[in-house]
Design a protein around this ligand. Structure first.
Ligand SMILES: Nc1ncnc2c1ncn2[C@@H]1O[C@H](C[S@+](CC[C@H]([NH3+])C(=O)[O-])CC(=O)[O-])[C@@H](O)[C@H]1O
Ligand SMILES: O=C(O)C(=O)Cc1ccccc1
Length: 241
């Protein structure tokens, strides 16, 4: 697997983070070494599809990247379901298409869509996954997106929302940031890589508090909103309609 060395040399100017070809090429390595608990988030996608998918409904993977979650939805869906995998990055969608053509994992039919998740209709959904994607929308556009998702879901359906989060308490924010950076260092990233990546995502990935996410989901009409996972500044919530 290609190793992520994107921020390993000093850059004169660190531009805003983009999901381009260079990132898509190393993405599995980047996400595994950058997100504590990513493997747990993926296994929860499989469990959620198994438990909450309803026959003849649609499962959505919004911000699917290379489809790590998409294939788990595909393999664990109920009968006569389809999976719609959406990402705005041309590089990600083209690599995902190549993967699906090469080794079809079996199970539900998958349709990939290169589009902004704000533009995609959500209909007859029983499972919706937003695994580390909502964080890239401008905060003022997140409530509209979550309300659209809720409106397009069947009663009893589940939304799995995983996010990088922040903390109201400044000391806690510092501690969780430090622990996350320790995690990255332990996975082979240098201080330079950590610092340059931090600059690159500063204006692109805007974390909110866990309380903000829970409140938004509750207000959108989900009857059960359960944070089931947290490791440092990453959290995941299971919301059932
Ligand atoms: N507005 C948008 N519309 C569509 N896609 C978007 C948008 N904004 C960002 N993206 C896409 O969201 C993905 C976020 S990565 C998801 C990991 C995956 N879920 C995984 O489980 O492996 C997480 C991360 O990089 O931290 C990228 O592929 C973006 O192109
Ligand atoms: O690397 C980080 O600090 C993150 O927050 C996770 C991440 C992973 C992949 C792309 C962008 C951010």
């Amino acid at each position: 697997m290609a190793q992520d060395r994107i921020y390993s040399v000093p850059l004169h100017h660190v531009g805003d983070f983009e999901f381009d070809d260079a990132v898509a090429d190393v993405f599995p390595d980047m996400i595994r070494r950058s997100v504590p608990g990513y493997a747990s988030m993926l296994s929860m996608i499989a469990q959620t599809a198994e438990r909450y998918s309803q026959p003849a409904t649609t499962l959505y993977d919004l911000g699917c990247s290379l489809g790590a979650g998409t294939v788990l939805l595909q393999q664990n869906a109920a009968t006569d379901c389809r999976v719609i995998a959406v990402d705005s990055s041309a590089a990600m969608i083209s690599k995902l298409n190549a993967r699906l053509e090469k080794d079809n994992a079996g199970g539900a039919k998958v349709t990939t869509v290169q589009a902004d998740i704000r533009e995609v209709p959500i209909e007859n959904a029983s499972v919706v996954v937003l695994n580390l994607t909502l964080q890239f929308l401008p905060p003022e556009e997140r409530t509209t997106l979550i309300q659209k998702v809720a409106a397009g879901m069947q009663p009893g359906g589940a939304l799995l929302l995983s996010e990088k989060i922040c903390f109201e308490d400044a000391a806690q924010q510092q501690l969780m940031t430090d622990l996350h950076h320790d995690y990255k260092r332990a996975h082979g990233y240098s201080d330079l890589e950590i610092a340059q990546k931090r600059t690159a995502i500063e204006n692109r990935l805007i974390p909110e508090t866990l309380a903000t996410h829970v409140e938004r989901l509750t207000n959108a009409g989900f009857r059960s909103v359960a944070p089931w996972f947290q490791c440092f500044n990453f959290s995941s919530i299971l919301a059932v309609k």
